[in-house]
Design a binder for this molecule. Structure first.
Ligand code: ADP
Ligand code: MG
Length: 292
């Protein structure tokens, strides 16, 4: 039988915008000693903006047109940012065909009889896109500044690049500080590159980061920590976080996240308020003390 205090605690949490799907999650939350935070859309607002475009030969709008066509069918935040920028510059929406998504890497499609693509360096290496020194230098410079860069390919050659910046959520640093006071170690795991991970982590006061992680990597990180005897929470919003959310002792999904994350998680933050996580730890611990 569910002790009445667990029901009461669930109600208290609901009042703070934290929905607990099962009483067991509340009990496991009390024992949490590690929290893995996804970056894009969890630690950050997940609304990247285009901050720059590099064109190898043609115009910047040409590069953006290819990028928008390749991303026409994607609901990834970077894809949305590309489409928004295309609209802002008055480009007509044109969709590529036969689009194929490689998780954590990017999109490839065909457009006007040519192969096109948008993705990170991993995708470029996998697909053997040819890239000039100039394009490489642009990517390195932007990444060193903590931005995210996607390469834009046409006909097997990198035609340009798009740079993006995202914003760390308000009160992220406070949330991390409170978790630390509660004895919960916070780690950052992201599919983004190391410099972007480092910049966001620094701003939020997180000291340990895992960058360039595929969805399997996040899952493996959670399992490794569990094998070390840790009790692991995972907070995420993307379908790429879903396996890790499901495997964690407590999966915490951002309410505005993907359906996959919401289904896989054991708790949902209705508002993307990171301070709700230490609140949930505190309330569940107080409740469990009373139950036992
Ligand atoms: P995070 O773990 O930070 O939420 P993702 O796993 O969603 O990030 O993405 C990791 C990286 O994979 C992105 O930074 C980008 O380089 C690449 N990527 C993911 N989706 C796309 C896409 N639709 N188009 C281009 N690149 C993508
Ligand atoms: Mg994410």
């Amino acid at each position: 039988a569910t002790p009445i205090s667990l029901v009461v605690a669930s109600g208290t949490l609901a009042g703070r915008g934290i929905v607990v799907k099962e009483a067991g999650a509340l009990e496991r939350m009390a024992g949490l000693d590690t929290l893995v935070l996804d970056k894009t859309g969890t630690l950050t607002e997940g609304k990247p903006r285009v901050t720059g475009i590099y064109a190898e030969h043609g115009s910047k709008t040409g590069v953006l047109r290819i990028a928008a066509a390749a991303e026409a069918g994607s609901d990834h935040p970077l894809a949305k940012a590309i489409r928004e920028e295309a609209v802002r510059l008055g480009l007509a929406a044109q969709a590529g065909e036969q689009a194929v998504y490689t998780p954590g890497k990017g999109m490839v499609a065909s457009f006007g009889g040519k192969k096109i693509g948008v993705g990170n360096r991993k995708l470029a290496a996998d697909k053997e896109w040819r890239m000039s020194r100039m394009a490489e230098a642009y990517a390195l410079e932007r990444e060193a500044a903590g931005e995210t860069v996607l390469l834009v390919m046409e006909g097997g050659v990198v035609a340009g690049a798009v740079a993006f910046a995202d914003t760390v959520r308000p009160h992220a640093g406070e949330a991390v500080g409170r978790l630390r006071k509660l004895g919960v170690k916070v780690l950052l795991a992201t599919g983004d590159h190391a410099a972007a991970a480092g910049a966001a982590a620094k701003e939020a006061g997180v000291s340990e980061t895992y960058a360039s992680m595929l969805p399997e990597g996040k899952l493996e990180l959670v399992r490794t920590l569990q094998r070390e005897g840790r009790r692991v929470g995972m907070a995420g919003d993307g379908w790429n976080d879903a396996p890790a959310l499901a495997a964690a002792d407590v999966g915490i999904a951002m309410g505005d996240g993907t359906d996959a994350a919401l289904t896989a998680g054991h708790m949902t933050l209705l508002q993307p308020r990171l301070k709700a996580i230490p609140e949930a730890v505190r309330i569940s611990r107080r409740t469990l003390r009373n139950v036992r």
